[in-house]
Design a protein around this ligand. Structure first.
Ligand SMILES: [Fe+2]
Ligand SMILES: [Fe+2]
Length: 250
């Protein structure tokens, strides 16, 4: 049975480092996404934002040492998710970097010059005990999402959700069929969708049993407002500086 992540206290499971929004005046907001996943004694960085200096600044304020990152997972090869890669890969030699299968070979070669150990992700599987990839899913842009298995349920993290946010949640349910979906967070890519379409998606979230929603990054203002309205106190207004612990997912 795959492992569940169950820290003994309310230490953050996830800390958002870069986002279009920020929750603190001392952190910079910038278009893109990056978050830290704490999994036992391992630090996993999911995406790197659009801008290395912003990533470095926010990590410094949040007291996260780039050299403490054990594993880097990149959702997809868009500028606003790969911008800080070299900030991280230059801080630690042989850093395992999990990239979707379609990731540019030239980009991979460049990262190898910084000593990165590239791992090509094709299919869904458990990367570390309690941490899964959905595998590369096809869409306007191929993309992988991260699943963190906790005793409060599964947390689904998306970069931009180009394969479709509902498809990603459905994939998570297939990968971990016995688990509830505690939270779906990250970019939902609903910028160009109508209110009606967004409300339909929110209805699908509820049918799939998604307990908490945190539409951020490229989700769009309207999607943030509609998710906040429909999910009420189960909507998390995510931004740089947001820390999520098990206590937040009751
Ligand atoms: Fe994005
Ligand atoms: Fe994207």
């Amino acid at each position: 049975m795959p492992t569940k992540n169950a820290p003994s206290n309310d230490a953050p499971l996830i800390t958002v480092i870069c986002d279009n929004y920020t929750t603190r005046d001392d952190l910079e907001a910038s278009w893109g996404f990056a978050c830290l996943i704490a999994l036992g004694d391992k630090n996993i960085l999911f995406d790197t934002g659009s801008d290395g200096p912003v990533l470095r600044h926010n990590m410094e304020i949040l007291d996260i040492d780039p050299g403490s990152i054990d594993l880097l997972m990149i959702s997809h090869q868009h500028w606003d998710h790969v911008g800080g890669i070299y900030e991280i890969s230059s801080a630690r030699r042989d850093l395992p970097v999990y990239v979707p299968h379609s990731f540019s070979v030239h980009f991979q070669d460049d990262m190898k010059r910084y000593g990165a150990n590239i791992i090509d992700i094709d299919r869904a599987h458990e990367i570390l005990p309690g941490l899964f990839t959905t595998g590369e899913m096809q869409g306007l842009m191929p993309e992988q999402s991260a699943l963190l298995r906790t005793d409060a349920g599964t947390i689904v993290m998306t970069g931009c959700a180009h394969p479709g946010i509902v498809r990603i949640v459905e994939a998570a349910k297939k990968i971990l069929p016995e688990d509830e979906i505690a939270l779906v967070m990250g970019g939902f890519h609903l910028l160009d969708d109508s209110d009606r379409k967004i409300l339909e998606i929110i209805g699908q979230f509820k049918s799939l049993g998604v307990r908490y929603a945190a539409a951020s990054h490229c989700s769009g203002e309207i999607a943030r407002e509609l998710f906040a309205r429909e999910y009420k106190d189960h909507f998390i207004a995510l931004g740089a500086g947001t820390a999520i612990s098990r206590a937040d997912l009751k």
